[in-house]
Design a binder for this molecule. Sequence first.
Ligand SMILES: Nc1ncnc2c1ncn2[C@@H]1O[C@H](COP(=O)(O)OP(=O)(O)OP(=O)(O)O)[C@@H](O)[C@H]1O
Length: 276
Amino acid sequence: MPNASTPVATHMATHTVRPKIEFQRLGKRFHRKSQSVTVMEGLDLTVNEGEFVCVVGPSGCGKSTLLNMSAGLMLPSAGKVLYDGAPVPEPNTKVGYVTQKDNLMPWRTVTANIALPLQIRRMGKDAIRNRVAEMIELVGLAGFEKAYPGELSGGMRKRVTLARTLAHKPEVIFADEPFGALDAQLRGIMQQELLRIWAASKCTVVFITHDISEAVALGDRVVVLSARPSQVKVDVPIDLPRPRDLSKLRFDPRFSELNEYLWSVLSEDLNEGDEV
Ligand SMILES: Nc1ncnc2c1ncn2[C@@H]1O[C@H](COP(=O)(O)OP(=O)(O)OP(=O)(O)O)[C@@H](O)[C@H]1O
């Protein structure tokens, strides 16, 4: 039975390693009324360009806070967040954010929802039309261009969200439990889709999840955060070959071994009744 001391393979980089996001001695403290909570302290982590990095950790350890600071939506209390080697003092327009909620505009068609970030960036009409068509093709929504979000299934709405996020060619996608609300089957389909889209777009992905098997299935690395004040507990290279067929992956002994190892590391920080 693997335990926290199970050795893991050394990192097998398949691309040139260039830091995209760096967290250096990062600290975050929130104050509310007379109380203050230190969410993270001295956290060091580097996400390299083109990597798919999954982050897991006990509930409330600051995973969403970490993404918010990476996207420039929140400032650190201590330490630094660097994007391409420079601090992120304001919302970073080079990144895309996908969350559990899809935030689609119900009065806009699929096409109009996907076009929104491009209109905000004042792209020309023809360029928008071409880019939206490309995105609809990429996420497999052909035939639904004129549909409204209320007419779509959960999976299709998720596809629209992904298309909207990818439309402005973000360099990095921050995904905060994007498939958390989907049923198991749909989740599997969307995970496979995301891997395909990531491979096609060559962007960097930072993906937060509560599901260790999802993290192992998708990631180049799985980073486990400790309980508050959080730090990186382990940073595990996932040496499963790509491209990955997720329907077969769960029968791979290495997949099970990595799952068990990560679960044993994570469970050290969970108290009885805690959620991951
Ligand atoms: N804007 C804020 N003001 C005050 N406290 C906050 C704020 N944002 C987050 N927190 C607190 O910081 C801690 C970490 O929150 P965060 O949502 O980042 O954790 P998480 O690891 O993503 O949690 P979960 O896994 O449950 O989604 C929590 O205790 C939360 O209450």
